[in-house]
Ligand binder design. Structure first.
Ligand code: CP
Length: 337
């Protein structure tokens, strides 16, 4: 049931978000986008539009999640994801508790499961979790009675990042169906790429993956990708890949996850895969330049492109707050059951 509680002076959320049915929404958790339908993603976008309106107010607050508690727990560093989930929860008037693994009782040997049970006992309604191990949020979702949001697990998935990426593309391009989106760089280690592949495929976009062959997962060779995800192709030549692209998404070179021998010299990488003005000129005029951040300055995207007219990198960050408000609303405030 959509909450109707209203802070004095603030219009209710139902005035911000038109009466839309949330009946297409089927998720108690947000773990990846592999089981998201186009209708669910569209619903998130429409609610995000409403959340942006709230964030444009002088007082950026709606009482939608008053009385709810959102806990974030991060086992890996983060700036954008953690800060924007916290801002999103506060904008919806939830109580927010941030736990950093490195200063928690985990360092005294407390297990992940006991940590999760402790958070549940504290009364959390939503748990936002980042972990270095792929699958850790899935374990959490099975073991506890709260909604779990995967804020990035190993190299596996980062669904809220993909949703804010897609929302940014949809805001700028109008729609995603048939749009050519090139994801370029360290695909092998990228949870952002994986979640975007699922989400963009569901939305009918054409996805091209590009990177050094050593940084493409084996299962993403051209034939497999074609067979499993009809709209995904692989092109290791960056100049060819970006031709006629509507959006070019550079990925962070995850130097901390590299095994020996996977990465050509960084100088070689820059030469063949950096998004430069010259390379970008092959894309459609006005093509979007994106990056999930954090950027390795001067490596994935040249400085003039990174800070140039085509770049929506900061807009992605800004949109992240509204998208995460929409997700918290759907999990904790907009449930029909
Ligand atoms: N894109 C992203 O996940 O950034 P953070 O690591 O700063 O959260």
């Amino acid at each position: 049931m959509r909450p109707t509680a209203q802070r004095e002076g603030a219009p209710p959320l139902s005035e911000t978000i038109p009466e839309i049915s949330t009946s297409v929404w089927k998720h108690n958790h947000i773990l990846d986008l592999d089981d998201f339908t186009r209708e669910e993603i569209e619903l998130i976008f429409v609610i995000t539009d409403g959340m942006k309106e709230i964030l444009s107010r002088e007082i950026k607050r709606a009482p939608t999640l008053r009385g709810k508690t959102v806990v974030t727990i991060f086992f890996e560093p983060s700036t954008r994801t953690r800060a924007s989930f916290e801002l999103a929860a506060r904008a919806l008037t939830a109580d927010v508790l941030n736990i950093t693994a490195s200063t928690s009782s985990i360092v005294k040997g407390e297990s992940l499961l006991d940590t999760l049970r402790t958070i549940q006992a504290l009364g959390a309604d939503v748990l936002v979790m980042r972990h270095s191990q792929s699958g850790a949020p899935y374990l959490a979702a099975r073991q506890v009675n709260m909604s779990v949001v995967n804020a990035g697990d190993g190299a596996h998935a980062h669904p809220s990042q993909a949703l804010l990426d897609m929302y940014t593309m949809r805001s700028r391009l109008g729609h995603l169906k048939g749009r050519k989106v090139v994801i370029i760089g360290d695909i092998l280690h990228s949870r952002v790429a994986r979640s975007n592949i699922w989400g963009l495929s569901a939305m009918g976009a054409e996805v091209v993956l590009c990177g050094p062959p050593t940084l493409l997962p084996l299962y993403m060779n051209e034939d497999r990708a074609r067979g499993q995800l009809p709209r995904v192709t692989v092109e290791s030549n960056a100049d060819k890949a970006v031709e006629n692209a509507d959006a070019v998404m550079a990925l962070r070179l995850q130097l901390e996850r590299q095994e020996k021998g996977l990465l050509p010299a960084v100088r070689e990488y820059v030469r063949y895969y950096q998004i430069t003005q010259e390379r970008l000129a092959r894309a459609k005029p006005g093509a979007l330049v994106m990056h999930p951040g954090p950027v390795n300055e001067g490596i994935e995207v040249s400085p003039e492109v990174s800070h140039g007219a085509n770049s929506v990198i900061e807009e992605q960050v800004t949109n992240g707050v509204a998208v995460r408000m929409a997700l918290l609303y759907l999990l904790a405030g907009g449930k029909k059951h």
